[in-house]
Design a protein around this ligand. Structure first.
Ligand SMILES: NCc1[nH]cc(CCC(=O)O)c1CC(=O)O
Length: 312
């Protein structure tokens, strides 16, 4: 097999995105020492829009679109994404040939004054703009107030430190990547906060026509994480994959077997519908689809219909 002589990685310019791109850069450089691996740093619309909640301005696709333009123009060969931010309806001419090994998929509790959600006093203010996190917190801790929190990780921590919130919830993986792991007071298990599809994993996007490039990238793949991602993303796809809906999907592989847990919630936490499936890793996608169909049959269809008016 031939080796690449030059690879350009398109990345958002946030500190987290840069860490992730540099991580992939280092892995590729180690694999292909004579290759020149560089970064193309871009500011996306998702990064610029900080005043409105993301779900109202076009969703996660905003973080991905501009990087895709660079792939189409030939300015970059690959784009590195937090898998969580990659739309589940990604399609031709793009593909996601590589899912890398997942870091901790859990949500983290961050607070200067308290050690856990359970320790917070009545009326305490918890910051998150994720409907998934908000609905699960409201369901289990109705005595807490949940307030919106936007911006990159440093911005969010700044707002916490200035006293605008008593605690905030962030992905553990993102905090640790930025060397902020010591800010984590406790981790929320999947029973308290079921993670988002793909949380903690990185995905590499390329043009699907670049089959040789896909082969060069293949050594970065983690087969187990890829199976989990297939199951989790299938859940989101069947449910419409919108971030206007509180939905979560988390899969785990043990040997040849995969278990996927899924949920859809009312945003106010008044109702959480859960399902799970266990089966063969080879059936990852079908397991995710089945779990999602069970949610639809058990009430998620009504929640989705109310939150997502049909397109006209
Ligand atoms: N929503 C933004 C985002 N996308 C990926 C991560 C963290 C890293 C990951 O989950 O892979 C974060 C921050 C967060 O949710 O706290």
């Amino acid at each position: 097999m031939s080796e690449p002589s030059k690879l350009v990685i398109a990345t958002r310019a946030s500190r987290l995105a840069l860490w992730q791109a540099e991580h992939v850069q280092a892995r590729l450089q180690a694999l292909y020492p004579s290759c020149e691996v560089s970064l193309l740093k871009m500011t996306t619309r998702g990064d610029q829009i900080l005043d409105r909640t993301l779900s109202k301005v076009g969703g996660k696709g905003l973080f991905v679109k501009e990087l895709e333009t660079a792939l189409l123009d030939g300015r970059a060969d690959l784009a590195v994404h937090s898998l969580k931010d990659v739309p589940v309806d990604l399609q031709s001419p793009f593909s996601l040939p590589v899912i890398m090994q997942r870091d901790d998929p859990r949500d983290a509790f961050v607070s200067p004054g308290y050690a856990s959600l359970a320790e917070l006093p009545d009326g305490a203010i918890v910051g998150t703009s994720s409907l998934r996190r908000e609905s699960q917190i409201r369901a289990q801790y109705p005595q807490l107030q949940v307030k919106p929190l936007r911006g990159n990780l440093d911005t969010r921590l700044g707002k916490l430190d200035r006293g605008e919130y008593d605690a905030i919830i962030l992905a553990a993986a993102g905090l640790r990547r930025l060397g902020l792991g010591e800010r984590i007071r406790s981790l929320l298990g999947p029973d308290i906060s079921l993670p988002a599809a793909g949380q903690g994993a990185l995905g590499i996007e390329i043009l699907e026509s670049r089959t040789e490039l896909a082969q060069w990238l293949k050594p970065l793949e983690c087969a187990d994480t890829a199976s989990c991602a297939r199951a989790e993303r299938a859940v989101s796809r069947v449910l419409g994959g919108s971030c206007q809906v509180p939905l979560a999907a988390y899969a785990q592989v043990e040997g040849d077997s995969l278990r996927v847990d899924a949920l859809v919630a009312e945003p106010d936490g008044s109702r959480i519908i859960r399902s799970h499936r266990t089966g063969s890793v080879a059936q990852a996608r079908e397991l995710g689809e089945d779990a999602a169909r069970e949610l639809l049959a058990n009430g998620a269809r009504d929640i989705l219909a109310r939150l997502l008016p049909p397109a006209t």
